[in-house]
Design a protein around this ligand. Structure first.
Ligand code: ATP
Ligand code: MG
Length: 573
């Protein structure tokens, strides 16, 4: 086993090599993922990291490379699928999912919520849904409803639903208790001054104020008489702590806005760092799960509980789900919505649950996908592929088949008999029956199929008969509706290798498919991320109901999004 020192060296070198200069926080984060026991000694770990980083940052690139060559970066094996909680007993586990109702839930929330829920179930425990609603500026009832809808859709049910804002009087009480025990003080410095002090590791005069004075100021902040009172409540930590989180973080701040649930009842609102440990403790949470980026905040979590002599839950960390080129964070999603770059929260390019649902991704596939990462802390950045593979496994056995021809080209077959085609609704499930299509030698085929056909070639119109290409009009290579391919009837036998899907011209219906692609490209919004395929579909499509998922043969699974316009969304290859 490598020592923490080795591991810090390794990641400091890599960090400096990859980014020019190494950052101690980043290096410690990586090192902790590889050597979690180093967390028991955060102080020393941080100090050591800073020393090493300082040395590494003086090295030249060649030197970094030479030293890096001695370390291996084989990916640590993830404990995939593992849902084992530390110190857990059957019947005694309580977990919670604590979203802030400040946006619609995304697939990252699905990961967190399903881990919480499944862990609770595994130990016959309880699962709570807690709205972390203490920032009236960002939160709305609409988002509460969207979160509940999303969870229900995923098959999650909760034993209790709570709102942090319902416990404000208690939270104020705890804050006063901390002021009295001199673990918190009112700071009236400007935001910039507080930020600067924290980064330089220097305290301000407010720190030295007497307790009675703090209580008086606190009362003023709470009640806001005269409205001119300003200031924040800060935790009295350690201004030169190597973990910068501990440098007197802010616990309460003033936000004078109407709260969706509490109206104008409060003006002084707690921050997550203050409320999370307290509410976890009060609600009886035994295992508080959160994403790995909170790791440096663990020390504060326990310091607050320690100050208030409240029961300490176990903290369990897991990795944040990221998918390449997808904006899996409200911070990234909100501007896309606000700027109108997407057509709402359910735009099929988005990783929100409402968008995935609209697109035809099934809850069971999402569950399988997100739980496959288990409680592992190893970072990975999967693509959508793994999710789509799961989804296809579920769709394939049940989806009806239809022919759809995008960028259609007209095909006329001379000498063709009138024939009723009997097409199977499903290739292996005979119980789904057949559909009948009348044909009279006039068809549409897809532009790409037309392009690939050679004059003189014989191929089969799938499940109908063979035809031989006589000529292609110039336009026939381009793939527009005006293009024409002329062919002659070539009998039923033998079966040629090439088969092409078709739509009978007499009964063809115009349809279009929205095809979502990666929304981001190199981190930036890609304007061409939503394509539209236009073409013809068989008449049978008219009898589908909105929301049905079919497979357009040799094209992909698509969900009927708008029946009136026969608009589909591309679900899955
Ligand atoms: P966002 O960046 O989307 O605002 P957040 O962490 O601020 O994310 P919350 O609504 O506060 O969002 O999150 C509720 C829970 O969901 C938290 O425990 C958080 O760790 C978890 N969570 C959020 N995003 C992800 C993700 N991408 N992967 C895993 N868990 C996530
Ligand atoms: Mg948040």
């Amino acid at each position: 086993m490598d020592s923490i020192e080795d591991v810090l060296w390794k990641f400091a070198l890599k960090n400096a090599h990859d980014y020019g200069t190494a950052q101690a926080n980043a290096v410690v984060g990586k090192a902790l993922a590889e050597l979690p026991e180093a967390r028991n000694n955060m102080r020393e770990t941080m100090a050591l990291a800073q020393k090493i980083v300082a040395v590494v940052n003086t090295m030249k690139k060649e030197e970094l490379e030479e030293k890096l060559a001695h370390y291996s970066f084989a990916e640590k094996k993830e404990e995939r699928g593992g849902l084992k909680l530390p110190k857990a007993e059957k019947g005694n586990v309580v977990t919670r999912f604590p979203p802030e109702p400040s946006g619609y839930p995304h697939i990252g929330h699905a990961k967190a919520a399903l881990l919480d829920y499944e862990c609770a179930r595994q130990y016959d425990g309880k699962f709570l849904l807690r709205f972390d609603d203490t920032n009236p500026e960002k939160e709305k009832q609409e988002y509460v409803d969207a979160l509940k809808d999303g969870l229900t859709w995923l098959g999650i049910s909760w034993d209790d639903e709570t709102y942090v804002s319902d416990r404000m009087p208690e939270l104020y009480g705890y804050a006063e208790q901390m002021i009295e025990s001199r673990d918190a003080y009112v700071c009236t410095c400007s935001q910039e001054k507080i930020r600067e002090g924290r980064s330089l590791g220097q305290g301000c005069d407010c720190r030295e104020r007497a307790m009675a004075e703090n209580l008086k100021l606190w009362k003023g902040l709470r009640e806001g008489e005269g409205k001119e009172e300003s200031g924040v409540l800060r935790f009295k930590g350690n201004m030169d702590d190597l973990n910068t989180v501990m440098r007197d973080p802010v616990l309460f701040r003033i936000i004078e806005k109407k709260h969706f649930r509490q109206g104008f009842k409060y003006r002084l609102w707690p921050l997550y760092d203050f409320e999370a440990p307290i509410i976890d403790s009060l609600e009886g949470v035994t295992h508080a799960m959160r994403t790995k980026e909170y790791e440096l905040r663990d020390q504060l979590y326990f310091a607050i509980l320690d100050s208030l002599k409240l029961r300490e839950p176990e903290l369990v960390e897991f990795s944040r789900l990221q998918i390449r080129n997808a904006p899996i964070s409200k911070r990234l999603l909100l501007p896309l919505i606000a700027e109108g770059k997407v057509r709402g929260w359910d735009d099929p390019r988005l990783p929100t649950l409402t968008a995935l649902r609209r697109r035809g991704i099934l809850p069971a596939a999402i569950k399988q996908f997100v739980l496959s990462f288990g409680l592992g802390k190893a970072e990975s950045e999967p693509t959508w592929e793994a999710l789509l593979v799961e989804n296809r496994k579920l769709l394939d056995p049940v989806s009806l088949r239809l022919f759809f021809v995008p960028s259609p080209v007209k095909l006329t077959v001379t000498g063709a008999p009138e024939k009723e085609a009997k097409l199977r609704r499903h290739p292996s499930d005979k119980s789904k029956g057949v559909r009948s299509v009348n044909t009279r030698g006039n068809f549409y085929i897809s532009g790409s199929d037309a392009k690939a056909l050679r004059e003189g070639e014989t191929f089969r119109l799938k499940d109908l008969y063979n035809v031989k290409i006589e000529s292609k009009s110039a336009a026939g290579t381009g793939g527009s509706t005006n293009a024409v391919v002329s062919a002659s009837y070539a009998g039923e036998q033998p079966l040629p290798e090439k088969k092409v899907q078709w739509v009978a011209a007499e009964s063809a219906l115009e349809a279009n498919v929205l095809v979502p692609r990666d929304l981001l490209r190199d981190g930036e919004y890609d304007e061409n991320s939503l394509l539209v395929d236009r073409g013809f579909v068989e008449a049978e499509a008219a009898s589908l109901t909105t929301g049905t998922i079919v497979q357009f043969e040799r094209y992909g699974f698509c969900k009927l999004d708008d029946k009136a316009r026969l608009q589909f969304i591309f679900t899955n290859p």
